[in-house]
Design a protein around this ligand. Structure first.
Ligand SMILES: [Zn+2]
Length: 403
């Protein structure tokens, strides 16, 4: 079998795995017939197919240099699909082994003490005295976007993110998206890529959205995040190159490590700090009815909070590995990630549902950032965008990015 033939069989395998888990196939833009022909098969049969495909892929002759990256990444996609079938069949790996198997990445082992210095920094920045979580919640209340202004704020953020992305990445003229406000979800927003350069972006309104989330979500879900990544992959890798393994996006795979990591780093690519602050002050804060004079301090605090994001990985690892029970996990999230009770509860539900997927956001972001800035530096916008876009069109796993 050639790589192209194994790739086709892999796509059909991923679609078949999707019959056991509706979340697994995150997007599909391959031939409709492949999807229509998919039937539910026992997991044992799928495991055998995955093993056979892996053996065939490993036996492929060394590719031409231009195809080496494709083949390397494809092997990792296949291995991840195999690992997920095993997980569906009941294999429960420890947190780190699971993330290595599914995402080809392991988050650093951290202890609560690793966050002490960051918490001390926040203690200096936040008004009031005493327990940090309550102080942060009180402080942040002034930065909630009123529900009736949410669409105006989010629309402005996404329009700006789109305009900034267009300056550096050639987007097809028909690319488009629709924003929908939904409730009762474990995530705060989700991009559903529908194919043909069209996305449905859902924003969860269960909890009020803070002003900082407008640009974060506009870039992460839209430009240059998931929407752009998907349309580039569809257009160039699938339609132009004929690399069919990319016509399906399995949620639990190294593709998600790159997708979440690049979507998060994409926020900074599209909105470097000073430019973001200016846009927030001049446009988003006024649209939300929030005093723009507060923006500077608010984003100073956000930058410190961002450093706490790995506390989420620490809690997820301990909770899923059975080292701590739910009340302790919640308490730890509140103490070290500093989200309030409701948000911590939402986050714990997310951790239960998506498990080690949580590392894709922060470790993915740091890995993509290091990869891009090693090649382009952190100052030259044009170069950063170029390396960033090249990475999206030549997907790499964490280990491949570290090479
Ligand atoms: Zn995402």
């Amino acid at each position: 079998m050639t790589l192209n033939e194994i790739a086709e069989a892999y796509v059909k395998l991923v679609l078949a795995i999707g019959q056991h888990d509706a979340d697994y196939v995150d997007a599909y833009y391959g031939p409709a017939a492949w999807q229509a022909e998919t039937i539910k098969q026992p997991l044992a049969a799928l495991l055998q197919q995955a093993d056979a495909l892996l053996r065939q892929a490993q036996a492929l002759p060394a590719p031409a240099p231009a195809q080496q990256c494709r083949q390397d990444f494809f092997l990792r996609l296949l291995a991840a699909a195999r690992a997920y079938i095993a997980q569906l069949a009941g294999t429960r790996l420890p947190f780190d082994a699971e993330s290595a198997a599914l995402y080809d990445a392991v988050s650093p082992a951290l202890n609560p003490a690793d966050f002490d210095a960051i918490l001390a920094e926040l203690d200096q920045l936040l008004p009031g005295q005493g327990e940090l979580n309550a102080r942060l919640s009180a402080y942040q209340r002034a930065f909630e976007i009123p529900r009736d202004k949410l669409d105006a704020v989010f629309s402005a953020a996404i329009a700006e993110a789109r305009a900034r992305t267009r300056r550096y990445i050639d987007l097809p003229p028909n690319e488009d998206f629709h924003v929908e406000y939904v409730q009762d979800k474990v995530w705060s927003a989700y991009n559903w890529y529908k194919g043909d350069s069209y996305s449905l972006i859902q924003v969860n309104t269960d909890l009020p959205m803070f002003i900082s989330r407008a640009i974060d979500l506009a870039s992460h879900e839209g430009y240059p995040g998931h929407h752009v990544f998907n349309l580039l992959v569809e257009q160039q890798l699938v339609r132009q190159n004929g690399w069919m393994e990319y016509c399906v996006c399995p949620l639990y795979s190294p593709m998600s490590f790159l997708a979440e990591g690049s979507a998060n780093y994409g926020i900074e690519i599209a909105f470097p700090h000073a430019e973001r602050l200016q846009f927030e002050k001049e446009t988003l804060f006024p649209l939300a009815g929030i005093n723009p004079d507060l923006a500077e301090r608010y984003y100073q605090i956000q930058a410190v909070l961002q450093k706490l994001s790995y506390a989420g990985n620490m809690v997820a690892q301990r909770y899923l590995d059975g080292e701590i029970a739910e009340p302790a996990a919640l308490a730890m999230l509140m103490k070290y990630a500093l989200s309030d009770q409701q948000r911590s509860t939402q986050r714990l539900r997310f951790i239960e549902r998506l498990r080690s997927y949580v590392i894709n956001y922060n470790l993915g972001q740091d890995t993509v950032q290091a990869y891009v800035e090693r090649r382009a530096g952190s100052e030259n916008a044009q170069q950063r965008w170029q390396v960033f876009a090249e990475l999206l069109l030549q997907p790499k796993s964490a280990a491949m990015m570290a090479e």
